[in-house]
Design a protein around this ligand. Structure first.
Ligand SMILES: Cc1ncc(COP(=O)(O)O)c(C=O)c1O
Length: 249
C-alpha cells in the first residue's frame, strides 16, 4: 500500500523531485513549501486541515475560486465527451464556440490558441513580424515595451520583459528591443498623497512623448508595441491611466 500523504512527507518528496518555478530552491532550506491537499473557493487546505486564504488567487488564475462547481462540471462533461484532438486539420464545437464568443467580446477576428501566457506572447510577436513580412517590410523586427513590463519567461517573451530577476541571467540570449518609460509615475505617487484629476490626465500626455519619440525615430524597425493594459502585475501592481492606452493606440 502506498505511504499516506502528510504535510511533512509531501514537502520532502517535492524538494527531492520538483524544480519549483520562479524560485531559488535554496530558499526552501529555511522557508518551507506550503503543502496543499485541496481547494475550496478562496481557501486552500493542507493535509492536516489547516486553511490558507489564497489572496493571490494562485497567481491570479483562480479568479472564480477553487473547485468552482460550475467550472468543474463543465470540465468533467468535456473530458467525458472529448478529452483532446489536434486542432491542425480537425475542429470541434468547444473551440468554435469559444472563438466566436472571443471575437464578439474583443471585436478581433480569428482566435489562435497557445498553451499559456508566455506562448500567447510568442505567438503575438511572431504574428506581428509575419504581418510586416507579408507586406514586404522585413526590417520591422523590434518590439517596444514599457519599463518594468512582464510578459513571460520564454526567450521571446523575456526579450520584452523588464524585470531584472527574471531577465538578467539570460541577457545575452535576448533580442535588443526598445523600452519606454513607465507612464504616469506621478499618478502612482500621487494616488497616495491626494492627486487632482488634471494631474492624472497630464501625466500620460507627458510620458507618451517618449513613446512618440521612439515611434517616430525607429518606426522603420518597429514591429509592435506590447503592453500590460492598465496594471503591471510583476512590477508591483503599478497602475497607469487609461488615457495612455488610448493615446498609444
Ligand atoms: C502580463 C503577463 N503576461 C504574460 C504572463 C505569462 O504567463 P504564463 O505564466 O502563463 O506563461 C504573465 C504571468 O503572470 C503576465 O502577468
Amino acid at each position: 500500500m502506498p505511504e499516506k500523504i502528510t504535510n511533512k512527507n509531501i514537502v520532502a518528496r517535492s524538494l527531492a523531485s520538483v524544480w519549483h518555478p520562479c524560485t531559488q530552491m535554496k530558499q526552501h532550506e529555511h522557508f518551507p513549501l506550503v503543502p496543499i491537499a485541496r481547494g475550496e473557493g478562496a481557501w486552500l487546505v493542507d493535509f492536516e486541515g489547516k486553511r490558507y486564504l489564497d489572496a493571490v488567487s494562485s497567481w491570479w488564475v483562480n479568479l472564480f475560486g477553487h473547485s468552482n462547481p460550475r467550472i468543474n462540471a463543465a470540465l468533467k462533461d468535456q473530458v467525458d465527451r472529448l478529452e483532446h484532438v489536434m486542432l491542425a486539420g480537425f475542429t470541434h464545437d468547444p473551440v468554435v464556440e469559444l472563438s466566436e464568443r472571443l471575437a464578439k467580446l474583443t471585436g478581433l477576428g480569428h482566435a489562435f490558441y497557445g498553451s499559456d501566457g508566455a506562448s500567447a506572447v510568442e505567438i503575438a510577436l511572431k504574428m506581428s513580424f509575419h504581418y510586416w513580412r507579408n507586406c514586404g517590410k522585413t526590417d520591422k523586427k523590434k518590439f517596444v515595451s514599457l519599463e518594468g513590463s512582464y510578459h513571460g519567461e520564454t526567450i521571446g517573451a523575456l526579450s520584452v520583459t523588464d524585470v531584472a530577476i527574471f531577465r538578467d541571467a539570460y541577457g545575452p540570449l535576448l533580442n535588443n528591443n526598445l523600452l519606454v518609460p513607465f507612464p504616469a509615475r506621478e499618478y502612482v505617487e500621487q494616488a497616495f498623497t491626494g492627486f487632482s484629476a488634471a494631474k492624472v490626465s497630464e501625466s500620460p500626455a507627458n510620458s507618451s512623448v517618449s513613446l512618440e519619440t521612439i515611434l517616430s525615430s525607429h518606426h522603420r524597425d518597429i514591429s509592435a508595441l506590447i503592453l500590460e493594459p492598465l496594471v503591471q502585475g510583476a512590477a508591483g501592481m503599478r497602475m497607469y491611466s487609461p488615457d495612455y492606452l488610448k493615446r498609444s493606440r
